[in-house]
Design a binder for this molecule. Structure first.
Ligand SMILES: Nc1ncnc2c1ncn2[C@@H]1O[C@H](COP(=O)(O)OP(=O)(O)O)[C@@H](O)[C@H]1O
Ligand SMILES: [Mg+2]
Length: 305
């Protein structure tokens, strides 16, 4: 019979932190649903605010990044935090993935890997605000963004507002990006493919978010219309290609797939194209897709060994 202390050690309950933002310190609906599933899987779980200096990250066996939605204006601070946590415990997703996914210039990596992406022009600070899409309906946004902050849909009649937003993004030292507005989103919405441990778990339809002529919103995230949807084989193939491109990044050699990933697709005349690969803080709709929170919890348990 094992020694009592050894048995206790072997059966020690793993402690998990769900990293969140101060504004959602008790988590959102999805976060609470995930917390319950992790507890049901035998783990001890609590939310922890990522920039709370009093949190002892080393006291957790794993830190799962979820609703840290206030990082875009503090990216360096956020990635420094991630690196510090990763020195002390298991950070999911890992620092390399968080670094890669939080700047949409990763679309260039995907494009180089042959993954169809929304055509994008990147405008670095110091470069002219003039861009080739001024004559079309287009979208201007910062490369580091979440929840549609500093994002506008602009018409060909609005070159001044377009250049003005690029300028405002540049003025804060950020890189701007410009894309054609893919109007299929007004009809079909956006498709979010959620992968858990590299396997497609479920898909959701997200309604269009940008209104022509609208002003910038200043909330933590934009209100979204979400409905379950099945991925078409074509969409699933693009999602797989995107994840394969991530796996093929030099910094991913030998690494496990992301614990969680969300690949957002828009329809285009050429078929589905990648709008985003979200590996940091995407909503995963775990509260809306039956069984998915349990799959997430099992994936966390596997990572704990
Ligand atoms: N090129 C585009 N065409 C159509 N809609 C877009 C485009 N880019 C962004 N959007 C809309 O704006 C929203 C936010 O943009 P997104 O690129 O997803 O950035 P983030 O979610 O990181 O803020 C999308 O969900 C989509 O509704
Ligand atoms: Mg998005």
């Amino acid at each position: 019979m094992p020694h009592a202390a050894t048995a206790r050690h072997a059966g020690r309950v793993h402690r998990i932190a769900i990293a969140t933002a101060a504004e959602v310190s008790t988590l959102d609906d999805e976060g609470r649903h995930l917390l319950a599933a992790l507890v049901d899987a035998g783990l001890e779980v609590e939310p922890a605010v990522w920039d709370d200096a009093d949190v002892d990250w080393s006291s957790y066996d794993a830190v799962v990044v979820r609703s840290t939605w206030d990082y875009p204006r503090r990216l360096t601070e956020f990635l420094d935090w991630a690196a510090r946590v990763a020195e002390r415990t298991l950070l999911l997703n890992d620092v390399a993935l968080l670094t890669w996914t939080t700047d949409k210039r990763y679309l260039l990596d995907l494009e180089r890997a042959g993954v169809p992406v929304v055509p994008s022009v990147f405008l670095e600070p110091g470069q002219p605000t003039e861009h080739p899409l001024l004559g079309l309906e287009h979208v201007v946004k910062p490369t580091v963004s979440a929840g549609s902050i500093d994002t506008l849909r602009l018409g060909p009649d609005d070159p001044d507002r377009s250049r003005g937003l690029v300028e405002a993004i540049h003025a804060t030292g950020r890189t701007a990006m410009v894309q054609p507005y893919l109007a299929d989103v007004d009809v079909s919405g956006e498709t979010a493919l959620v992968y858990l441990d590299g396997v497609l778990s479920h898909a959701m339809r997200k309604g269009a978010l940008l209104e022509a002529g609208a002003e910038l919103h200043d909330g933590l995230y934009a209100q979204e219309q979400i409905d379950p949807r099945d991925a078409t084989p074509e969409e699933a193939a693009v999602g797989e290609a995107a994840l394969a491109a991530v796996a093929a990044l030099p910094e991913r050699a030998g690494a496990l797939p992301p614990l969680y990933a969300r690949v957002d697709l828009l329809g285009s005349p050429e078929g589905p194209v990648v709008l985003e690969v979200e590996l940091a803080e995407p909503s995963l709709f775990l509260d809306l897709a039956p069984g998915s929170a349990q799959r997430f919890a099992e994936a966390v348990r596997r990572r704990l060994g």
